[in-house]
Design a protein around this ligand. Sequence first.
Ligand SMILES: [Zn+2]
Length: 346
Amino acid sequence: MLIFRDWAKAKFVEKTQKLSDGVARVEISSVATLVKALRLERTRCCLCETENAAPVGVGEDFEYRTSDDTFLAMQCRSCSLIYLNPRPAPEEFQTIYPANYHAFEFSPDQFGFVYRVRRRLEARRLLNWCRDLPENARILDVGCGDGFHLGVLKEFGNQSWQLEGIDADERAARAGEQKGLKIHCGILETEDLPANAYDLVLLIQTVEHVADPPQLLKQIHRVLKPGGKLVIITDNTDSPDFRIFKSRYWGGYHFPRHWNLFNRATMRKLAEKCEFEPEKIITVVSPVNWTYSIRNLLDDAGAPRFVVDFFSLKSTIALGAFTVFDITLQFLGKGALLNAHLRKPL
Ligand SMILES: [Zn+2]
């Protein structure tokens, strides 16, 4: 692990120097503009609403190679939120989420055994969150992708529950509808969903993709019933995988698709900013960021393809091994993912 960390650090220094030495030491954003294929925009910390941050990671789109750009992960000096700055402009959405993006097709054909195991595990986890829901409860999955979690609830959950999803991507929404699910195609900010209507809102690996998480949580607050619950799953930046790989290869950066990355403290700050009561913020097990961090490193180091491909979402050995490893870390409160349960006050 130390070797990985040193390698990543050396690359971080090299890449950040390249960025800042670039053309006559102009601003990092201007350098990015000269070498990029994507149009990028500057942003600031969505929690503090200031731009007082230091670079913590630098990398490319290792997974999909949708552009040649180099991206910077910045850490807010005041609250420790990590955010991509500059980040792709809204019109680049179709480019950075290509047709083979995994959230659009997590199917049994594509992922076989991994699909079946994940479905079982997700069913247990989701039903646990739904334990105190009444009959006819309304559940909304925000950023539902192709409806994977709704499909699990439909199969294993209480048949009286009313399930709905919302996703901005038309391809994902259509895939969900083909499974017989009710999917709104759009974003919560503009979609006219009823106020005080839902018992439970799910935000599963979505908040990190969003430009303005406080704005999104305020909208969720509006549609939840008083006393309703919001459950969030997102990458955890207070984890050993982040610490080891943060300078370049950390899977949770998912360059350039993860725009805001949280730890317990910033998640709490987000909740309070949006008038939620944090019930609990814990960590949960995931092998994905470990697998992708090592995959990114090997890919960047020019390792043979079959070695790189050993670390993928289709590799049962890698996923199994990192799951066991992350279970140990989760017992220490350092699992790879954050899980927040936030309540809209009565
Ligand atoms: Zn901040």
